[in-house]
Unconditional design. Sequence first.
Length: 148
Amino acid sequence: MALETGLFARGLTLLMSLFHGLRRRNSAKLWTGNWEAYTLRGRYLSEPMRGAGPATVSLARWTFSGKLQFACYDCDAQGTPTRYQAGHIMLDPNDPEAATRIGRYLDSAEVYEQRVRMLDKDTLLVIPVPERSTLGNVYATHGWRRKR
């Protein structure tokens, strides 16, 4: 009897783990796509942010985690890329609309951390964490809008 109970408990644990993994993956899919940075003026995302190129957020095909990858770049006034950056976006396991973005510029040791909040399926608010960034408070609060 104990053997059957143990097997049943392990099977139930495996099933719940699979269910939660699928739920995390579905939540992560909402964040994937191409995004454009917008300047936050007061309460509104007003205009595309100068100096920011597009960002691409992707999810590895083989994972059930809430860890996404991103790549983007800074650009000059003509839109030519000047500095590339990449990193990860870690979804909050208790709140699918909240995440932490940790990135670095590929040409230096400059690392930054930002909190990200999904306002709706096409809008993200990006809030810097100066004490967890190598250059301190140099990143402004801004938003991302999904590019169609």
